[in-house]
Each structure stands twice: as structure tokens, then as C-alpha cells.
Design a protein. Structure first.
Length: 266
């Protein structure tokens, strides 16, 4: 029985949350005196904050049992442990949400928090924010260095995704470049619609910040994007994305009930 108890202790799966519900300790500093950890509030908004906390160090002779990964555990232990799926869900539910302290807007009439307007190095990141047509809004994020890369490497790639866009926006549109064999996302834009005028507005803004026109722009086969590129960059070559071409071909094969014949040919 003692061996079984020890096995369970080593395989502890409990997640412990602090009583203060703090997810970070960036507003606290500590110092060690004797055998006590002294924690002091280091919040810059409030000078001389009296908040403190302390805890005794565990005696070296009686350390806590550290969780360990083990293979081939006894059947008696594995029968008591939660399933892999249940453990995964437990971790997901207790995962730290870095945006938990921010308000989530339900419409386009919001003020973007300062934390999202600059990079970690305090460089300007929000380069464009406009509300137009009384109901639409566009936000563009990039840096001076990113725009410089677009100017130096004139083969651009466009991508659009809908799953990653915030709920109040229609899509996330990104502009990429291949540098040193790596695909670099350089410009991020949030659109509230998929209209050609919106894409045109986006590329006109880029053309004002990037002095040289792209030699080639790769995108999917959405006509609104193609027309916008042709209007702003009439001398640039437009290349279709092979991945989206394959998806389009397969979609039309299915729509015309030709999937079985196509599979027989391949």
C-alpha cells in the first residue's frame, strides 16, 4: 500500500491556483531573509503599497515530493488516474489567458488598448485605424522595419483567414514576404467586409508607405483582391496560389458529382 501511495504522489495531476487569483507575478518582488521569503507589492501605480506576504522555506530534510513522469506504472495506479483526454481538458481549462484582463468589444466602436498599438520594444505597431461608411472599420498593423523589407523584397504574398479574426471583424488579411527561405508575415489588417473597395484602400495605404511597387503579388483567386491589386499596382504580375487552385478544382469536381470518376483516374 505504501508503494501505491508513493506512486500516486509522484503522479499528482492537481493544478493549484493561488488564493489571490494572480496569473502573473510581475507586480511583486521578493527578498530572502533568514528562512523566510518576503514578497512586496511592486505596482508602479501605487507608491509605498503596504501589501506584503511571506512564507517559510521547507526544511531541507523534508522537501515536497516532486511530480515525475513515469512509464509502466502498476495497473492499480493507472486504473485510478484520469484519462489522457480528461487531463488535457483540465490543462486547457486552467491555461493562462493573456487577454483575460482586457475588455472584449461587441461592436466596431471601441478604443484599442495602448498595449496593442506598440510592440514589446515600444515601436509603433498600429499604423492605420479608420472607420468609414458609418459601419466599417479597418485596422492595419506593421512596423517601419517590416515595411522596409517589403520595399527590399518585391515578391509579395497575400493571405486571408476568417477563423483567426476577432468576432467583430470579417477577416484577417496579411501580407508576407519570402526572405532567406522563410515566410515572413509583415503586415496584418483587420477588415469588416470583403468588398473590393476595402482591398483597394488597403493596398493604397501600403503604396504610400512602400515606395517601390512589387514585381509580383501572389494571392488566391478572389476577384475583389485581384481587381484591387491591378488598380493600385497595374505593372505588377499577379500570381495565383497553387494551394487555393487545387482546393478550387476539387470543390468544382465535387459540385459536379465527378469525385468518383476523378479518383478512378488518379
Amino acid at each position: 500500500m505504501d508503494a501505491l501511495t508513493k506512486q500516486l504522489e509522484n503522479l499528482s495531476l492537481n493544478l493549484i491556483v493561488s488564493s489571490r487569483k494572480k496569473k502573473t507575478a510581475k507586480k511583486f518582488s521578493y527578498k530572502t531573509k533568514d528562512d523566510t521569503f518576503n514578497w512586496r507589492c511592486n505596482n508602479g501605480k501605487f507608491q509605498n503599497c503596504p501589501g506584503t506576504s511571506d512564507m517559510r522555506q521547507m526544511a531541507p530534510a523534508q522537501p515536497d515530493t516532486k511530480p515525475q513522469c513515469q512509464k509502466n506504472v502498476p495497473a492499480e495506479v493507472s486504473a485510478i488516474l484520469p484519462s489522457y483526454s480528461a487531463s488535457k481538458q483540465l490543462c486547457s481549462r486552467n491555461r493562462v489567458d493573456p487577454y483575460d484582463s482586457y475588455d472584449i468589444s461587441k461592436d466596431l466602436n471601441f478604443e484599442l488598448h495602448d498595449d496593442f498599438q506598440v510592440t514589446e520594444k515600444n515601436d509603433l505597431f498600429l499604423v492605420y485605424d479608420e472607420k468609414y461608411n458609418d459601419e466599417d472599420r479597418m485596422l492595419i498593423f506593421s512596423t517601419h522595419k517590416n515595411l522596409q523589407i517589403l520595399c527590399e523584397n518585391r515578391y509579395w504574398l497575400c493571405d486571408e483567414t476568417f477563423d483567426a479574426a476577432p468576432a467583430v471583424f470579417k477577416q484577417l488579411f496579411t501580407l508576407h514576404n519570402i526572405k532567406n527561405g522563410k515566410n515572413l508575415p509583415l503586415v496584418y489588417a483587420l477588415f469588416s467586409n470583403k468588398q473590393e473597395s476595402t482591398y483597394t484602400k488597403f493596398f493604397r495605404f501600403i503604396s504610400e508607405r512602400v515606395t517601390l511597387s512589387p514585381l509580383s503579388v501572389s494571392c488566391d483567386y478572389e476577384l475583389a483582391i485581384i481587381n484591387a491589386i491591378e488598380e493600385v499596382y497595374p505593372d505588377s504580375e499577379i500570381a495565383g496560389c497553387f494551394f487555393h487552385l487545387k482546393k478550387s478544382i476539387w470543390r468544382h469536381i465535387q459540385e459536379n458529382n465527378l469525385a468518383a470518376k476523378y479518383c478512378d483516374l488518379t
